[in-house]
Design a protein around this ligand. Structure first.
Ligand code: GLC
Length: 745
């Protein structure tokens, strides 16, 4: 018996099929009657919309659904989507911050909570998780990313997909996930947003594609294409990667949506005018056209006349274009069927959508914020005594707006408890606060940051006056907590910056405070990894707090005063100098290996003496000393199908409970091509009471040592060589103990 999708496909006209490929923003919603009817209202009435994103309420979604069904001869409903990047109404820490928790269980919980809030407002799909590997902090979207490592990012992709979709996407409180942005958006040239990526196929297969493979494996229902080109082919026209790798090699059977006007932008990529762009995108496997309406405008003619554009190297018959239109429409309808909308067009739009308890969300957000904070330095200053007289200084001391971070579209800054209030609530003593310095010096930059709504407050006094005010407060205190970093829209989309480092005035403020002779605790609020420069030396304690979401300041206060112990570990490398980006811990060896400091005729920079100021991937401190015993292997020579066990004892020498992320890296001393000097192959988190000792074991098999050799994408093969490999276990990517293991052929 034919299914619903087959029956609809058999009955639909070409125009109705094309209408399903149109993905529109809710924008101002439905404005009709006395006011000029909105385009959206007209499109709905004409059955020319497949889905809408950005509705702001259940009522507006329901009204649009009614219009869509009335406008569709066969009563085909919309699906609704929203950008829920790190929470919906309850905003969790930025994804790059959450990734520093290395706690995939926590990440899954935050995704599940976000799904419950979004689905309660009629969302069926969320444009999340963003799983672009990011190794260039100039690129603002590192803020939304899971960091620099493919294994950690892959585990996060799975956790987010499971959290959003659950075991059954149809269950109440669940939504469809949309993996984005496919692919290598983070490898953009010079860190410039929307620019192109040229990279070895081996890097694409070994670094940027694994999180998408993992997300698909976890059952993600959708994928969104990225704006960039990969190796000269814009992703919205990249048939080898979308239809070839994603669907063909990787078996993805869901829906692929364009990014915002991504189809239209193929013309700007100079692939040809709109008809060419449309056919290239449809052929590549882009099923829905977000915002640009090029499918809607061009397909009726193309499906009748075909295309013959020799200047674009493109010729396709009308029949072939009709087949591609059918293919895309079938995928849209199949998603709607999977979402239960063909059985119940108002599924998820009823008033029954009980939103989860906000208090529970806030508690989870506070826990997530504390776990996302990374303690980089502590000269026995932290945790602070609740009796200490604290001076809280700097532009984030009383801030709410910036704490939500970028892509917090449905959050409300008024829900944020600022750091001064959080400290007062926790300790019973209100800290004395002072502005100290502005977030940015340049008024033109301030205006640009405010383009997404006011996030940057400015104190009009001179820097000297601001610093003097801060010093006056600091002199009355036992300890100074100085807050520095970036505004929320300093990082995010269309927020690439030339120099990812702390602004000079922030350095001057820290130095001035240090002159008081009081302990100085530096807390960095940022959306990207910053080169901290001399601030790291001057600080007596240093916390990287990111933009921690609605409970970000409370999470920081919990860490400052020991209500929570720091367990965050960097998911990115903090550069020693902004000029050394892009970078990661997994750099390839060269013929003249870099030794971490400049040496003539070796890899390195003349003007960078050393990387002492670099904080490595996986690094983070706690409030206890955690000691590692000598690791051991179950065998040192293994057959290819053996399972080898690496064991290491980890002891919490106290004085407090500690959560340790034991990290296992590997190296391949001899391979057929250059490979990363070391790469993460596993990690485990253990929580140890003071004095507790635990054996941590890792199961290792030969497959973890496979690597791609790819003269082309199509000719790629994953190989594994027999012989010696090295294993490195420890608290981060730098401070490890090594073991040799030999794999037999
Ligand atoms: C934006 C982003 C994408 C987002 C989409 C819809 O340009 O690139 O991540 O999901 O548009 O808002």
């Amino acid at each position: 018996m034919k299914g619903k999708v087959d029956r609809l496909m058999a009955e639909m006209t070409l125009a109705e099929k094309i209408g399903q490929l149109n993905l529109l923003p809710a924008g101002e919603g439905l404005v009709t009657g006395a006011a000029q009817a909105t385009t959206l209202a007209q499109r709905l009435a004409a059955g020319q919309v497949g889905a809408v994103f950005g509705t702001k309420s259940l009522a507006s979604a329901r009204a649009m659904q009614e219009r869509a069904i009335a406008g569709s001869r066969l009563g085909i409903p919309l699906f609704f989507a929203e950008d829920v990047i790190h929470g919906h109404r309850t905003i969790f820490p930025l994804p790059v911050a959450l990734a520093c928790s290395w706690d995939v269980g926590l990440i899954e919980k935050t995704a599940a909570f976000a799904a419950a809030e979004a689905s309660a407002e009629g969302q069926h799909v969320v444009f999340s998780p963003m799983i672009d590997i990011a190794r260039d902090p100039r690129w603002g979207r590192v803020a939304e990313s899971p960091g620099e490592d493919p294994l950690l990012a892959s585990r996060i992709a799975v956790a987010m997909t499971r959290g959003l979709q659950g075991p059954d996407m149809l269950a109440p409180g669940r939504v469809a996930a949309c993996l984005k942005h496919f692919v290598a958006y983070g490898a953009t040239q010079s860190g410039r947003d929307y620019d192109n990526a040229s990279l070895a196929w081996e890097d694409l297969l070994g670094i940027y594609l694994p999180p998408f493979a993992a997300g698909c494996e976890a059952g993600a229902a959708c994928v969104m294409a990225s704006f960039n080109a990969v190796n000269k082919v814009p992703m919205h026209a990249h048939a080898p990667l979308i239809e070839g790798w994603l669907r063909g090699r990787n078996g993805f059977d869901g829906l692929v949506v364009s990014d915002y006007t991504g189809v239209k932008e193929l013309t700007a990529h100079r692939l040809g005018p709109a008809p060419v762009a449309v056919v290239r995108a449809l052929f590549a496997g882009i099923d829905m056209d977000m915002v640009g309406e090029d499918y809607l405008r061009e397909l009726p003619t193309l499906a009748e006349a075909g295309i013959d554009a020799p200047e674009a190297g493109l010729a396709l018959s009308s029949a072939a274009i009709r087949d591609l239109t059918d293919r895309a429409c079938r995928r849209v309808l199949t998603l709607k069927e999977r979402l239960g909308l063909l059985d119940d067009p108002f599924r998820g739009l009823g008033a029954t959508g009980a939103a989860p308890k906000r208090q529970a969300g806030r508690k989870l957000a506070r826990r997530a914020a504390a776990q996302s904070v990374v303690l980089l330095k502590n000269n026995a200053v932290l945790p602070l005594s609740s009796k200490a007289r604290v001076a809280l200084v700097g532009p984030f001391a009383r801030d709410r707006r910036n704490m939500l971070g970028t892509w917090s579209v449905s959050g409300n800054a008024d829900d944020v408890v600022s750091l001064d209030e959080a400290v007062a609530a926790l300790t019973g003593k209100a800290p004395r606060t002072a502005w100290g310095v502005n977030i940015v010096e340049e008024p033109w930059l301030e205006q640009r940051l405010n383009v997404h709504g006011v996030t940057v407050e400015h104190d009009a006094r001179s820097e000297a006056e601001l610093i003097e005010e801060a010093l006056a407060v600091a002199r009355q205190a036992d300890v100074i907590v100085v807050t520095v970093g970036e505004a929320k829209e300093h990082a995010g989309e269309s927020s690439s910056c030339l120099s990812p480092d702390l602004p000079a005035p922030h350095h001057r403020l820290i130095a001035a405070l240090k002159q008081t002779g009081k302990p100085v605790v530096v807390v960095v609020f940022a959306g990207r990894p910053l080169a901290l420069g001399g601030a790291a030396e001057v600080a007596d304690a240093l916390l990287y707090a990111w933009h921690g979401g609605v409970a970000g300041p409370e999470g920081v206060a919990d860490i400052l005063f020991g209500a929570a112990t720091p367990s965050g570990r960097l998911c990115v490398t903090l550069p020693a100098h902004p000029g050394e980006v892009p970078l990661s811990y997994a750099e390839e060896p060269t013929g003249r290996p870099y030794r971490g400091h400049f040496q003539k005729f070796l890899t390195g920079w003349l003007d960078l003496p050393d990387t002492a100021r670099r904080y490595p991937f996986g690094f983070g401190l706690g409030y206890s000393e955690v000691r590692y015993g000598t690791p051991s292997l179950s065998v040192t020579v293994a057959a290819a199908d053996d399972r080898v066990v690496l064991t290491v004892r980890v002891q919490n020498a106290g004085p407090r409970e500690a959560t340790e992320t034991v990290q296992l890296y590997a190296s391949d001393p001899v391979a057929r091509i250059t490979r990363p000097a070391r790469f993460l192959i596993d990690f485990q988190q253990v929580t140890l009471a003071a004095g507790e000792c635990r054996e941590v074991s890792f199961q290792i098999d030969a497959d973890q040592f496979r690597y791609p050799i790819a003269p082309s994408l199509e000719a790629a093969e994953w190989v594994r060589d027999p012989g010696l490999v090295q294993l490195h276990v420890g608290p981060n990517s730098r401070d490890t103990q090594s073991l040799d293991l030999t794999w037999l052929a």
